[in-house]
Design a protein around this ligand. Structure first.
Ligand SMILES: *[C@@H]1O[C@H](CO)[C@@H](O)[C@H](O)[C@H]1NC(C)=O
Length: 192
């Protein structure tokens, strides 16, 4: 009897938690329609929905969140590449590819940090919006180039096996997230 009650209570709470998490991550129409202009709309909706309550219907907040997601993903990919570089027994060319990649991805992180700073200025009254948003576009676009270059370095035959596969898939994912952020920035810039 007592056991049954505990189980029912547990089930009840699980149900509530499930409903709550669905409610929290339900994409708003604003996010959905904004994401429809990106190249990877499903990924876009997926990653932005978690922040729906912060974004509301604010295009500036949407762009800021998208770049921030891209930055965080790029940062964690950078950490992963750095860990891979420390694996013992790497061949010279594997180490070289990882080294190049970690420099590119560091640049990418720096550019995304700059673009977030620049985006903040766009909101300041009296500042030239068009100039600052075009800088944001430039930084995010070159961050994407760096990520793509790094991914391409792992596309050839220089590297084999698991490291190559896992770095490549991470780079593809992070580049897609950044590509979406760029599309949202461009859209924001041209609609202003
Ligand atoms: C990115 O990471 C920073 C620092 O850890 C955090 O404050 C911020 O909320 C994160 N951004 C997103 C969009 O998750």
């Amino acid at each position: 009897m007592a056991k049954g009650t505990t189980f029912t209570t547990l089930l009840f709470f699980l149900l509530i938690i499930t409903f709550l998490s669905i409610a929290i991550s339900t994409p708003t129409n604003f996010i959905k329609s904004s994401c429809s202009t990106t190249q990877y709309p499903t990924l876009c909706v997926e990653s932005l929905s978690t922040y729906a309550s912060t974004i509301q219907q604010d295009p500036h907040q949407l762009v800021q969140t998208a770049i921030s997601i891209s930055l965080n993903k790029t940062q964690s990919t950078k950490d992963f590449v750095t860990r891979c570089k420390n694996i013992k027994g790497l061949k010279a060319r594997e180490y070289a590819a990882l080294h190049d990649c970690s420099e590119e991805i560091s640049d990418s992180v720096d550019r995304l940090i700059r673009s977030l700073k620049e985006l903040k200025i766009c909101k300041i009254k009296g500042e030239d919006f068009n100039w600052h948003i075009s800088n944001v576009e430039t930084w995010v676009s070159s961050a994407l180039t760096d990520e793509t270059t790094c991914g391409d370095g792992f596309g050839g035959k220089a590297l084999n096996g698991r490291i190559k596969a896992s770095i490549r898939s991470r780079m593809i994912n992070v580049a897609q997230v950044t590509s979406n952020a760029l599309a949202l920035v461009n859209h924001y810039a041209s609609n202003h």
